[in-house]
Design a protein around this ligand. Structure first.
Ligand code: FAD
Length: 278
């Protein structure tokens, strides 16, 4: 069972709990992006099992008739086993996504996975004519060139600051450097893309996105994590901005919860208050 304290950031242990949470979000006009927690599968059978879980999840979203899609991690569905395993499993998830008209996002992991992830995205973006999306990280210096490659493709791109500690030779590592790179990348995306997914909780970046929308007329959506600035998520949705909540679920919640608590003082205080019952 997911402890109550973890429930702020993780919907539950199984798909039913996650879909119920999507239903609640939908009541506020917020759509769901479901992620089954897990990464770094090194055995093919484990990667296949998670790909199967995603295929079932898409069917369950359809049966529940809720507004939601999925986001998969390459290393969870086979990249650690090999490119072939990853590509076969991703293809099987995308096939079911296409069948039910449910969007499939591909998360971006550390820099050693970027090429394989973008190659897979490119293939499926073209084959499905835009039924998939990929995440790119502003902290990586290569992202400037990657965005140029992605601008010519169908599908969606989610721009995030980047969650992995990367070496200084290939990445911006200071807060100012990352924020500057994010602003530039956002400007490029609004100029060159048909639609932009802004994956950030940062009020400065969200207001920049709204300004860029005014200037270029480009469609955009906002994506934020479950348990983070949910009031802002509801407000954006009420203002008519397509808003998505990224909703993790599954048995492997500990590492994810720990990351959330560690990354921000207010989250740590929240955890402490919950433990102390205040
Ligand atoms: P930060 O620089 O962390 O914070 C900027 C400001 O935002 C803060 O000063 C504060 O005003 C506000 N803020 C941030 N967090 C909080 C909070 N908890 N409570 C209140 N205010 C807050 N990373 C990857 O590497 N790969 C992925 O595939 C990926 N997918 C993601 C999908 C989604 C939907 C989201 C939202 C993030 C994803 N990330 C991913 C994580 C991302 O890279 C960042 O690590 C994370 O979003 C934190 O950056 P930020 O833009 O929110 O701003």
């Amino acid at each position: 069972m997911v402890p109550p304290i973890v429930r702020r950031f993780v919907a539950g242990e199984d798909a039913d709990a996650a879909i119920e949470h999507v239903r609640e979000c939908n009541r506020d006009g917020v759509a769901g992006i479901l992620n089954l927690l897990g990464e770094h599968r090194e055995i093919r059978a484990a990667a296949d099992a998670d790909a199967r879980a995603y295929r079932r999840l898409i069917e369950a979203l359809e049966e529940a008739d809720v507004e939601g899609c999925v986001s998969v991690k390459p290393s969870q569905i086979g990249l650690g086993v090999g490119r072939e395993a990853f590509e076969e499993n991703l293809a099987s998830v995308v096939e079911v996504g296409t069948e039910y008209d449910r969007f499939v996002w591909i998360d971006m992991e550390d820099h050693t996975t970027t090429d394989a992830t973008l190659d897979a995205f490119e293939r499926h973006a073209v084959e499905t004519d835009g039924g998939v999306g990929v995440c790119v990280q502003a902290n990586l210096k290569r992202t400037v060139a990657d965005l140029e490659r992605l601008a010519g493709l169908p599908g969606k791109v989610r721009l995030v600051k980047g969650a992995y500690d990367e070496p200084a030779e290939i990445a911006h590592t200071s807060r100012a450097g990352i924020d500057g790179a994010y602003r530039k990348a956002l400007g490029y995306a609004f100029r060159e893309f048909d639609t932009v997914a802004v994956g950030s909780h940062d009020p400065g970046m969200l207001s920049l996105a709204a300004d860029l929308r005014e200037r270029y007329g480009t469609d955009y959506e906002v994506q934020m994590l479950m348990g983070v600035r949910e009031d802002a998520q509801r407000e954006l949705a009420a203002e008519g901005v397509p808003t998505y909540q990224y909703i993790p679920y599954g048995g492997e919640w500990f590492a994810y919860f720990y990351r959330r608590v560690r990354e921000r003082r207010s989250n740590a205080l929240f955890a402490l208050r919950a433990i102390l019952g205040r």
